[in-house]
Write a protein that binds this ligand. Structure first.
Ligand SMILES: Nc1nc2c(c(=O)[nH]1)N[C@H]1C(S)=C(S)[C@@H](COP(=O)(O)OP(=O)(O)OC[C@H]3O[C@@H](n4cnc5c(=O)[nH]c(N)nc54)[C@H](O)[C@@H]3O)O[C@H]1N2
Ligand SMILES: Nc1nc2c(c(=O)[nH]1)N[C@H]1C(S)=C(S)[C@@H](COP(=O)(O)OP(=O)(O)OC[C@H]3O[C@@H](n4cnc5c(=O)[nH]c(N)nc54)[C@H](O)[C@@H]3O)O[C@H]1N2
Ligand code: SF4
Ligand SMILES: [Mo]
Length: 759
């Protein structure tokens, strides 16, 4: 190949679960340009700001290019040849297992890894280390949707496809800021409205950019959606909009649900949700009149102690009206991460097994043992530790080693002080990341360099079950390697070589294909690397099928069969219950938190892209003008947000976007950008009893203005400048500009206040 040749390589966006297809223009071993893939069914060529710039972090200066390790916690990390570091990883894990048993070790992995990496991590843990202590950041994300689907419909995953957007007459977008978090899909929804007059209802406590575009915006009191969902179905039933025939043919549980719905008349729902009766009635009317409607939801519902129930309530709405499993209608959870779907399917949670199988099923364990070539009874029948419990057990000294791959828990777990305590207590912390330093790599005893998405072959599965090939388009830097290769090599060093001897990622994929599940309908058999190199493929895809099926559970005679024992879906009566933590006199405000359009999670990638930083430059907390007056807070005042667990400090944005009594902070800026920025210093680790997903979206907090004790000699001009500067420094991690109007002593005072953690 001549140096000037430009290769056009098809791939997939490494950010959100929309899973947009990309064309990478590679020249001289670098991705020079990223274009949308016009042939990809997720985006038809469109990309958002993150997608367009997704190649920039590949060449960021803080890429982790080599392995590092330290013999003891008190020693600094030292660069080590990769193979020696992998051998050490294996030896040190084996030593801990020999001394304390397999459950003394744990893996904590990610929805941002390829399906091949996720599968091998699970195989190593559950089949060979013989611990079910492997969980992923999906526990913080999609766990409630997954458990809710399973209970209502019999299997995880949305029944429909993105094509439903092109057929719907009404969209219910609830607990989801689609405009910022799934922008390309939101554009498709706006196109549908423009072309057909379809209506968009948005339910969110915050007037987000999504809400701004709604035909009807319900600014709900946080944590009360279950009352609203029950209330809407109450009204639909009253209006004769339920489908009795569908209910009797395809569901069970209607009588119990009907009895529950009686408790949710509009007046009662209005009192719980803070909404007006008229707007609740209008929402029900629009949904009732729509020939087809789809419900989209994300973290506003999942990250709740009733997240599973909220998924059930959404399924109830669709099942009772018969608006499911047909073009334009159905419950549609939007997957957060690019491959959280793939991870759920290959069993990377502590209670799951490959092919949408379950740890607690003897039949499922036996099936997987056969595929892995291990003896009957190898896989433990007890679910392992979920993410929150995992770090608790590390603090307790029961889990002594953790291997973290592709996630940054020191920033992203709730009540992060416990995570830090766990990592400090653990004997062995292995972090496999693509960048260093991050909030989490700072705690590592062994650092392993993972290749990024464009540097190793693999596949990802998007929100609509579309599998896209993600080829190695460029070489990884230094000694970095594909995550699946690092995992397989550690397994080889442990003596499991014959079971982890894959020449290519496609060999791993071919093994995953064997995990087809006739019960849930999970079927990748018709999908192969050669086919994927031509075009992405949706599952279920039978061996000889031309394409996958856009709608699941439809039988050949055009009836429906849900993957439950009876073949019927379950209507589940789910009463409203309040969130775990109630505001009180000491912590009177509700803090919710979330994402901004141009940044991704803990900023290890987007935080390095200048154009994105310009669009979303820094942290802030939004509060309502009425509350601001009470607290003496103005725009840009520094505000301390404290909960029972800890605090963060942000510059204020005084705005009616939030309700009185509520406040909102973005999750993106953490320790690498300054002190006291991590919102998870404050959040609660209360979890949903079924999904074990934490209630990130609801913490009781106190707000107070941070007053600086500025020495008297500072002039008014200097004081104001200083306040602005501290807000800026706190939000961007910047230093004091050269031309700032301070003397050397004053600079020293400012520097010291910052080092103390702010003023
Ligand atoms: N730009 C960008 N896009 C992303 C990501 C990113 O980091 N940046 N991350 C991806 C990932 S992993 C995920 S999981 C998704 C998340 O996608 P979303 O869930 O859409 O994003 P969030 O901002 O976390 O939360 C969504 C909304 O929930 C609302 N909310 C809070 N409490 C409640 C409540 O009680 N009821 C209701 N109805 N709403 C409530 C918040 O106000 C917020 O607007 O985004 C994905 N896409
Ligand atoms: N308060 C609050 N907290 C939240 C949420 C919230 O809404 N509110 N949302 C939760 C949700 S939904 C999610 S999904 C999580 C996300 O939380 P995290 O998973 O912690 O967030 P990321 O910043 O995406 O972290 C990914 C890490 O993996 C590294 N990485 C990226 N690609 C690769 C790769 O290919 N290989 C390897 N080895 N490493 C890689 C990155 O550098 C980074 O360090 O946050 C959760 N935490
Ligand atoms: S919508 Fe999601 S998948 Fe598509 S380009 Fe943007 S971040 Fe990437
Ligand atoms: Mo997520």
């Amino acid at each position: 190949m001549s140096a000037a040749t430009v290769q056009n390589i098809r791939s997939v966006c490494p950010y959100c679960g929309v899973g947009c297809g990309l064309i990478l223009q590679v020249e001289n071993g670098r991705v020079q340009k990223v274009l949308g893939d016009k042939k990809h069914p997720a985006n038809f060529g469109r990309l958002c700001t993150k997608g367009i710039t997704c190649a920039e972090p590949l060449t960021a200066p803080d890429r982790l290019k080599f392995a590092f390790l330290r013999e003891q916690k008190t020693l600094p990390l030292q660069q080590t040849p990769l193979d020696a570091a992998l051998a050490q990883t294996a030896a040190r894990l084996q030593k801990i297992i020999a001394e304390h048993g397999p459950d003394a070790v744990a893996l904590y992995v990610s929805g941002q890894l390829s399906m091949e990496s996720q599968y091998l991590a699970g195989k190593l843990a559950k089949g060979f280390l013989r611990t079910n202590n492997i969980d992923s950041n999906s526990r913080l994300c999609m766990a409630s949707a997954a458990s809710g689907y399973k209970l209502s419909l019999g299997a995880d995953g949305p029944p429909g496809s993105y094509q439903d957007i092109d057929r719907l007459d009404c969209a219910l977008v609830i607990g989801s800021n689609m405009a910022e978090c799934h922008p390309i899909l939101f554009l498709r929804l706006l196109d549908r409205r423009k072309n057909s007059g379809a209506k968009i209802i948005v339910v969110d406590p915050r007037r987000t950019p999504t809400a701004e575009k709604a035909d009807l915006f319900l600014q709900i009191k946080p944590g009360t959606d279950l009352a609203l969902l029950n209330g809407i179905l109450h009204l639909l039933e009253k209006a004769g909009r339920v489908d009795e025939s569908f209910i009797s043919r395809h569901t069970e549980g209607w009588a119990e649900l009907q009895a529950l719905l009686k408790d949710y008349p509009p007046a009662c729902v209005a009192a719980i949700t803070g909404l007006r009766e008229a707007e609740i009635r209008l929402a029900a009317q629009w949904l009732g009149e729509a020939s087809e409607f789809t419900t989209f939801w994300t973290m506003g519902l999942n990250q709740s102690t009733h997240g599973t129930w909220q998924t059930n309530a959404i399924c109830n709405l669709h099942l009772a009206t018969g608006k499911i499993c047909r073009p334009g209608s159905g419950p549609f959870s939007l997957t957060g991460q690019p491959n959280a779907m793939g991870g759920r399917e290959v069993g990377y949670l502590s209670h799951t097994l490959p092919g949408q199988r379950s740890i607690v099923s003897a039949e499922d364990r036996a099936f997987v043992e056969k595929i892995w070539g291990v003896a009957d009874g190898t896989i433990s029948p007890t679910p392992g530790l979920d993410a929150v419990a995992l770090f608790k057990k590390m603090v307790a000294g029961e889990v002594k080693a953790v291997w973290i791959i592709g996630t940054n828990p020191v920033a992203s777990m709730p009540n992060r002080s416990r995570v830090i305590a766990g990592l400090e207590r653990a004997e062995l912390v292995i972090v496999q990341d693509a960048f260093h330093p991050t909030e989490t790599t700072r705690y590592a005893d062994i650092l392993l360099p993972g290749a990024l998405w464009a540097e190793a072959d693999g596949t990802m599965v998007n929100s609509e079950r579309n599998v896209t090939f993600m080829p190695r388009a460029v070489a990884p830097p230094g000694e970095a390697r594909g995550d699946w290769q690092l995992i397989a090599q550690v397994a080889q060093h442990m003596g499991f070589g014959e079971h982890f001897n894959y020449a290519h990622a496609s060999d791993v994929f071919d093994e995953i294909r064997q995990t087809m599940n006739p019960q849930s309908g999970y079927d990748l058999r018709g999908i192969s690397y050669p086919r994927l190199q031509e075009q992405s493929q949706q599952w279920p895809c039978a061996p000889d099928a031309e394409t996958g099926k856009a709608i699941r559970y439809v039988t050949p005679d055009n009836s429906l069969k849900f993957p439950t024992d009876s073949g019927k879906a379950k209507l589940l009566a789910r009463p409203f219950l309040p969130p775990a933590e109630a505001p009180d006199a000491e912590f009177p405000f509700v803090l919710t938190n979330g994402r901004l359009a141009h940044q991704w999670h803990t900023l290890t990638k987007t935080g390095k892209v200048a154009s994105l930083n310009k669009l979303n430059p820094g942290a802030f907390v939004e509060l309502h003008p009425d509350d601001a007056v009470q607290l003496g807070i103005e725009n840009q005042s520094l505000v301390k947000v404290s909960s029972r667990r800890g605090y963060a400090i942000y510059p204020a944005v005084v705005t009616t976007r939030v309700r009185p009594g509520d406040c909102f902070a973005p999750i993106h800026w953490n320790d690498e950008f300054g002190k006291n920025l991590c919102v998870n210093s404050t959040t609660t680790e209360a979890v949903d009893a079924i999904s074990l997903q934490p209630e990130f979206k609801f913490s009781a907090v106190a707000l107070s203005k941070v007053t600086l004790e500025i020495p008297a000699e500072f002039s008014t001009h200097q004081k104001n400048y200083l306040l602005g500067l501290l807000a800026e420094v706190n939000s961007r991690g910047r230093g004091i500009p050269e031309n700032a109007p301070f003397t050397a002593e004053q600079r020293e005072f400012i520097r010291r206040s910052l080092a103390r953690g702010g003023p």
